[in-house]
Ligand binder design. Structure first.
Ligand code: NAP
Length: 489
């Protein structure tokens, strides 16, 4: 598959530790497969505790010289990384489609999104301002400095193999931290290509390492228990986030957690239906529904329910499913067999509870891990599909009557990542947006992710924010200086 890349140097079959490509470890290799056809893609070295510690120690050695660079110098190097990512967009997108399965157009969109964080934080490096605080005593001055946290460890999921890394690495490096990345074991090829581009950009050895392998628990517990690691930044499921928080407690690490969601999408009866249909399709089917902010429960007000359900079923039936490398494909395969089985369980539970299928309804004739985009009507709050993140192309429709009722239903979950509301009435939108318990609310849109906005969740969807001017705060500590003995003039 290497032949599909214009720059073969981006195809890396080794871990990146301390600026060197590590081809062999004593633990052998593990195999990656293309989710679109199940064919073997590549074999990568299995890193375990010793290799993870090497990466941590290299990050610690690199930290001193990297933090000593001026913010402007670091910003310029990170900017160069951004330029190289943009220059190699097609190859990076091909790697994403090969290992993750998403349609190539979406993969290119992910690279734009991933690069936007690198650009943004290359600029923010220069704006990590401290504070001069009016002192409480004569002859004293109070100063607050912002300093890099130190060695950071990033653990990232497979669904956005590039963006989930740059959203963490760019602010960390801009702030003066160093980082060890453990990408998802199913999608390390994009991470390794980003590592190659980081080296070409002049990011020094050890500042950014990428540890490969499928001995996930060993790598994870080494990162969370090592005293040199000062910060854990994780994107993934709430279940694993909870484990990492527990493991990090022993050494009191700073933690940011971007976790699972169960996003409500509410369509009031005065909504513009064209905008609502477009919004639902975007919020549901991006990456075959495998997105943490995917609309998981679609609440439609009774007066427009039947008409909207019909339109959503029609739009869903028109989606083209296939291998993401083929032109025009809109929905790719799911990541693995377990993802398909989960959707089947959700669907059969919903049907047993009285829901009806309006479009799709099961495995796709293409076989493998392809699943038909599916619309289910008559979903109720008790069904598994409404309580758990489906993480697939299933659109569950729930009928509601009154505004207060839908707010209560929307908040009836332990998650609080994204939410969406559609209406033409500004006061109604404002009330709903304020009342829904979520870190992010899309208003008359299903697309909310961008580098300028603070991305993150509340409740069991996470801690901290990524992107925006707040994103870099996750990688700095505030140190306060109390300066005594100054004579007032
Ligand atoms: P996951 O199973 O939690 O895995 C995420 C990462 O954690 C992977 O690198 C995985 O490694 C690693 N991991 C798993 N168990 C671990 C352990 N015991 N110790 C250390 N690391 C461990 O989640 P996923 O299935 O990849 O991703 C889907 C989830 O991510 C969904 O819940 C989704 O909502 C969430 N997500 C959230 C956001 C957000 O910004 N809030 C964004 C994207 C995804 P392996 O790959 O080796 O198993």
């Amino acid at each position: 598959m290497k032949h599909l890349l214009k720059d073969a140097g981006l195809w890396r079959e080794a871990a990146l530790i301390d600026g060197s490509w590590v081809d062999e470890t004593p633990h052998g290799r593990y195999e990656l497969r293309n989710p679109a056809n199940g064919e073997p893609l590549v074999q990568l070295p299995r890193c375990k505790e010793a290799e993870t510690i090497q990466a941590i120690e290299a990050a610690d050695r690199a930290f001193g010289p990297w933090r000593k660079k001026t913010a402007k110098e670091r910003g310029e190097i990170v900017r160069r990384w951004y330029e190289l990512i943009v220059e190699h967009k097609d190859d990076l997108a091909t790697l994403i489609t090969l290992e993750e399965g998403k349609p190539i157009a979406e993969a290119r969109g992910e690279i734009d999104y991933a690069a936007s964080f690198v650009q943004w934080f290359s600029e923010e490096a220069k704006r990590v301002y401290g504070e001069m605080i009016p002192a409480t005593k004569d002859r004293q001055r109070i100063i607050a400095l912002k300093q890099p946290v130190g060695v950071c460890a990033a653990i990232t999921p497979w669904n956005f193999p590039a963006a989930m890394i740059t959203r963490k690495a760019a602010p960390a490096l801009a702030a003066g931290c160093t980082m060890v990345v453990k990408p998802a074991s199913q999608t390390p090829m994009t991470a390794l290509a980003l590592g190659e581009l980081a080296l070409r950009a002049g990011i020094p050895a050890g500042v950014l390492s990428v540890v490969t392998g499928n001995d996930t628990r060993v790598i994870g517990s080494t990162l969370t228990s090592h005293e040199l690691v000062r910060k854990i930044t994780f994107t993934g499921s709430t279940e694993v986030g909870r484990v990492l928080l527990q493991q990090s407690a022993a050494t009191i690490k700073k933690c940011s957690m971007e976790l699972g969601g169960n996003a409500p999408l509410v369509i009031f009866d005065d909504a513009d239906l064209d905008i609502a249909v477009e919004g639902v399709m975007n919020a549901k089917y991006r990456n075959s529904g495998q997105s943490c902010i995917a609309a998981n429960r679609i609440f439609v007000q009774a007066g427009i329910y039947d008409a909207l359900a019909e339109r959503l079923a029609e739009a869903t039936q028109e989606l083209r499913v296939g291998n993401g490398l083929e032109d025009g494909v809109q929905v790719g395969p799911l990541i693995d067999a377990a993802a398909v089985e989960k959707l089947e369980e959700h669907l059969s539970n919903a049907l047993a509870g009285g829901a009806q299928i309006l479009a799709g309804g099961g495995r796709h004739p293409l076989g493998g891990t392809f699943f038909e985009p599916t619309v289910v009507s008559g979903v109720t709050r008790e069904m598994t599909i409404a309580r758990e993140e489906s993480f697939g192309p299933i659109m569950p429709l729930v009928r509601f009557e009154a505004d207060e009722q839908v707010i209560a239903l929307a908040n009836d979950t332990v998650f609080g990542l994204a939410a969406y509301v559609f209406s033409r009435d500004a006061a109604r939108l404002w009330r709903a947006a304020e009342a829904i318990e979520a870190g992010m609310v899309g208003i008359n849109t299903g697309l909310i992710s961008n580098e300028a906005a603070p991305f993150g969740g509340i409740k069991q969807s996470g801690l901290g924010r990524e992107g925006s001017r707040h994103g870099i705060d996750e990688y700095v500590e505030i140190k306060y200086l109390c300066w005594n003995g100054l004579d007032a003039v």
